[in-house]
Design a protein around this ligand. Sequence first.
Ligand SMILES: NC(=O)c1ccc[n+]([C@@H]2O[C@H](COP(=O)([O-])OP(=O)(O)OC[C@H]3O[C@@H](n4cnc5c(N)ncnc54)[C@H](O)[C@@H]3O)[C@@H](O)[C@H]2O)c1
Length: 296
Amino acid sequence: MKNITVIGAGTMGNGIAHTFAQKNFNVNLVDISADSLEKAIATIGKNLDRMVKKEKITETEKMNTLAKISTYTDINSGVKGADLVVEAATENIDLKLKIFKQLDEICDANTLLATNTSSISITKIAAVTARPTQVIGMHFMNPVPVMKLVEVIRGYATSNEVTQRVMEMSRTLGKSPVEVNDYPGFVANRILMPMINESIETLFQGVAGVEEIDTVMMLGMAHPMGPLHLADFIGLDVCLSILEVMHDGFGNPKYAPNPLLVNMVMAGKLGIKSGEGFYDYSEGPRNKKVATQFIK
Ligand SMILES: NC(=O)c1ccc[n+]([C@@H]2O[C@H](COP(=O)([O-])OP(=O)(O)OC[C@H]3O[C@@H](n4cnc5c(N)ncnc54)[C@H](O)[C@@H]3O)[C@@H](O)[C@H]2O)c1
């Protein structure tokens, strides 16, 4: 596999395109928004500059990586000759089903179709195509060029051969892939989200404050970031939606989102991206202080 198409040039799409291009794949990056494509190339350039500064790559490698990426707003041109398409468009089920239906119609018969979805069923996405054996989850972590894990998710019909090819391809990228089956939350979010939800429950019941909860988990469990800070980083709306998928999918009350999380999302307090969540980021994402709501 040499030719990769990435659909969606947002946070994850630009990181995925960067990672493939740096390993010498030809990358077509597709987005409906020309503005997103422009920002993505600027972000990739900045991230590569940082790597040059830290002497992780040379200036020539940076230029070669950038030269490997072409951008498209037209999906038909963008998928021409693709061996693998990695979809990283907005997390919306109707949108993903529409994109996969279209990909199935316009891609070569042997093209593999992967999705970077955090929570949508791979089996459901595969079912709108005529090639469900060739549809798979490739769940990269943010920031993609840095994080080692790729959760490789087998849909109900994904073939062994396709799974092995995607595992191998992930290793070529310098990642450590882990194979998992397609059930709500897969593995990463199935374990992470209940922990975040429980941290919110602990805060909600007044057992401890925001900084105290995060400090316990950082200093006691060697987590690099406390769970409430991590929830702000991921986005509280994203956390809520993943918990809802697990709650619906398993019908188990243990996944029910805490009412404080629901309230915060309704109030538009979404974490770093909105400027406030459990912490206040009005002085920048690196200068967090506990949000006034949570100061005793
Ligand atoms: N952000 C994370 O930490 C993270 C981690 C793992 C997985 N994911 C998953 O990755 C995917 C992308 O998330 P993100 O955070 O990069 O989102 P984002 O909002 O930053 O970017 C989404 C991009 O998709 C584009 N888009 C929308 N419709 C499109 C279409 N029809 N064709 C092409 N492009 C289209 C948008 O213009 C936007 O640029 C989601 O499925 C999300 O669940 C996100």
